[in-house]
Design a protein around this ligand. Structure first.
Ligand code: MOS
Length: 735
């Protein structure tokens, strides 16, 4: 495959459509006679609904239906899940309230305004029971869940012996708060029923097939009866990774009213209906000998889940793999609170987990009197120490070196409070970044048409990351076509099946399928040409034929050339098609597959006010093939910006008496704004990985946020001598 397109920082294929408003996001889909649904939510955290009076709401102008536990359709699959990753649904099947802001009714009207008005007229009374949202108070009741999608505990070597052997120890507790995703586009669904229990859903989601499958299960219909369409998604970050209750609500309301129903969550409702990042309490113990070789790493995580479901924040997974150390033990436990269920949030696990581990590593470096990069190099894991496998590729040393050079790390004076800029204390901190490189089975179809151009399709979804663009680049190179001769389509379950866009895996999974489909259709073209007496390539063996510039040619004689268009024309059909069901490479399992990076932060701290400004940031990453330099840099910068939020701003506050979230909008829930974001320099280290997948790309969606919390906290320590182990680092904690 020539690489004339892959890697280039080309603009997004859909950029013009998006900035001109021509990209139709799911909620904007034109659906005739659509009705509007508004969700009514509970105002207590736990108890039962004793009175539900919808009479006034039902009499309000334009109201078509008020759906509650009193009249909601019963759902045969309410307790079923398609995967352990699914979240339990709240769909009016009983009168129980299990968290504050839980859906208890849906009001449907002919306009959004009328539905919103009527939603305020619903009268609800409750019998409340005692509830708690205080994680600290529940810590003594932490428990080990019976099932989990990953191994909850790990033990390598002997933790106690490792502690005993240590010359220097760090044993600390690090905490991270509940956080929320806040994509720009709110969650939204339009549900339409057709004759014969068939449904079309326009949904903003990271997983059209997951929505389809869960929906079919809920309603007890075959999945072939459900079509999910999601052409554009305005940010996902994990909260659009599960088929949440609101999608089914739209469809239930559509059943009740006999209309297509549109349901868009308000920003406030996105704080309780579609998950959050778990509150975590993490104990880390590190020990090292006098030379800075780690003798023990222990990382014990407790995170908070809901009463109704279990989501474990996998915050110690990276700790099993990041450093060479003979004695490593990790654990994950849960506490139950009267809150909604948490979910995947950009680098679930690694984002809070690297804050704890990489802060502790910085503390250890100071205790040893070692440079923090030097400490990491002395404990560099040349193979995966957990699974004892070679890395498919690992360029972390280069990340440390290149990042340090770019940042100017060698000019750092190690002592806390030793660098100043006028009245500002200056701090430089660093941390390691890491994220697994996943690949899942994916299918794609490539069609070469009579004009020699190609249409390539895969279900998938573009959650704003640039999937349309990189898939077009991959397909163009596989087919030796210029970009404008390739059209890539996605976002429809009528197209070949693909996995969720989560775990930074779309580039690897769908990209590999797209490449293989492109190569497969080239093979079909070659077969057609070789078999056709009218072709200049007639009679050639397939391996004697190659492709360039939209034509096949004989390797031995480039003048023997047969354009794709000519081959399709002679085939008698409109197109030549190949579909590929791609699975991970056979030899991939022999390797551990991870991306790595090094994060460098400069902070300036106003000692009198406790204000922390991130004034400079450098992130150096090695993630295999970078498919598009521009969209990859945007992804990595976006991750770092969210990392600034994690370090300094973001914190979901719940009122402890009512269990209600107090920070339910972007005024009260603080995310970094432009004034909070400095120049961010992204360095990508060249890395060729022949094992990880067919496109060699490890994914860049999540690694950007990992390590950022620690790099900033470590910089704050360097600036001030104050070690803040509880995020976010707000001014009050520095005064
Ligand atoms: Mo990402 S949090 O795996 O959607």
């Amino acid at each position: 495959m020539s690489a004339s397109n892959v890697g280039k920082g080309i603009d997004r294929i859909d950029a013009r459509l998006k900035v001109t408003g021509k990209a139709v996001f799911p909620a904007e889909t034109g659906v005739a006679n659509v009705a509007h649904a508004v969700v009514v939510t509970s105002t207590i955290a736990r108890g039962r609904i004793t009175t539900f009076d919808a009479r006034e709401a039902e009499r309000a102008p334009g109201v078509l239906s008020v759906m509650s536990h009193l009249n909601a359709p019963k759902l045969p699959g309410i307790d079923k899940k398609t995967s352990p990753n699914d979240r339990a649904h709240q769909l009016f099947q009983d009168d129980a309230v299990r968290f504050n802001d839980q859906p208890i009714a849906v009001v449907v009207a002919d306009t959004l305004e009328r539905a919103r008005h009527a939603a305020r007229l619903v009268v609800v009374r409750y019998a409340g029971s005692a509830s708690t949202v205080d994680m600290t108070a529940e810590l003594p009741r932490a428990y080990k869940p019976a099932t989990s999608r990953f191994e909850l505990d790990s033990n390598r070597g002997d933790r106690e012996a490792g502690l005993a052997a240590a010359k220097v120890r760090v044993e600390q507790t690090y905490t991270t708060p509940t956080e929320h995703h806040n994509p720009m586009e709110p969650h939204a669904a339009i549900a339409i029923w057709h004759a014969g229990d068939r449904a079309t859903l326009y949904v903003t989601t990271q997983g059209i097939f997951a929505v389809r499958d869960r929906f079919a299960l809920l309603f007890g219909i075959p999945k072939e009866n459900v079509r999910v369409i999601s052409h554009y998604v305005g940010g996902g970050f994990g909260c659009k990774g599960s088929p949440w209750s609101y999608i089914a609500m739209a469809a239930m309301a559509a059943k009740l009213t006999g209309r297509g129903v549109k349901l868009v969550l308000s920003r406030q409702q996105m704080f309780s209906l579609v998950g959050h990042r778990s509150h975590t309490v993490q104990k880390v113990a590190l020990g090292a000998d006098a030379n800075g070789k780690l003798t023990v790493i222990a990382h014990d995580v407790i995170s908070a889940t809901s009463r109704v479901d279990e989501f474990v924040e996998p915050a110690a997974l990276q700790t099993r793999k990041l450093y060479a150390c003979p004695n490593v033990s990790t654990s994950h436990r849960l506490v139950r609170l009267d809150i909604p269920t948490p979910t995947f949030t950009r680098a679930p696990g690694e984002a809070p987990g690297t804050f704890a581990l990489e802060s502790a590593m910085d503390e250890l470096a100071y205790a040893l009197g070692l440079d923090p990069i030097e400490l990491r190099l002395r404990n560099y894991a040349d193979e995966d120490p957990d699974e004892k496998k070679p890395w498919s590729s690992k360029s972390l040393r280069d990340c440390y070196r290149r990042g340090a050079e770019q940042f100017g790390w060698s000019r750092r004076t190690a002592a806390p409070r030793s660098m100043r800029d006028g009245r500002w204390l200056v701090g430089w901190g660093m941390a390691t970044a890491t994220y697994p490189a996943h690949q899942r089975a994916a299918s794609a179809i490539a069609r070469v048409r009579a004009d020699g151009s190609a249409l390539v399709q895969a279900g998938s979804q573009d959650i704003g990351t640039g999937t349309y663009t990189i898939m077009t680049q991959i397909a163009a190179d596989a087919l030796t076509l210029p970009l404008d001769q390739v059209r890539f389509e996605l976002g429809d379950t009528a197209l070949p099946e693909t996995p969720n866009s989560g775990g930074s895996s779309t580039a690897a999974s769908v990209g590999s399928a797209v490449k293989m489909a492109g190569l497969a259709v080239r093979k079909k073209l070659a077969e057609a040409a070789a078999a056709d007496p009218r072709s200049p390539l007639h009679g050639l063996a397939l391996d004697a034929i190659d492709a360039a510039d939209g034509a096949l040619f004989a390797k031995a004689d480039r003048a023997r050339r047969d354009p794709f268009a000519a081959i399709v024309a002679r085939s008698g059909g409109r197109e030549i098609v190949a579909k590929v069901d791609n699975r991970e490479k056979a030899d991939r399992k022999r390797y551990a597959t991870h991306s790595f990076g090094a994060q460098f932060a400069e902070v300036k701290v106003d000692e009198e006010l406790g204000v922390v400004r991130v004034s400079r940031f450098v992130g150096a990453f090695a993630a295999g093939t970078i498919l598009n330099a521009k969209t990859a840099a945007s992804q990595l910068q976006g991750g770092i910006i969210w990392g600034i939020g994690l370090a300094l701003h973001e914190h979901t506050w719940r009122d402890e008496r009512s269990g209600r979230i107090a920070t339910r909008d972007l005024a009260d829930y603080h995310v970094p704004v432009h004034a909070d974001v400095p120049r961010i320099e992204i360095v990508t280290v060249d890395e060729v990985d022949p094992y990880v997948n067919e496109v060699g790309a490890k994914g860049v969606g999540e690694i950007g946020i990992t390590g950022v919390g620690a790099a900033i906290a470590n910089a704050v320590y360097h600036a001030t001598g104050r070690r803040i182990r509880d995020l976010p680092i707000t001014p009050d904690k520095l005064l």
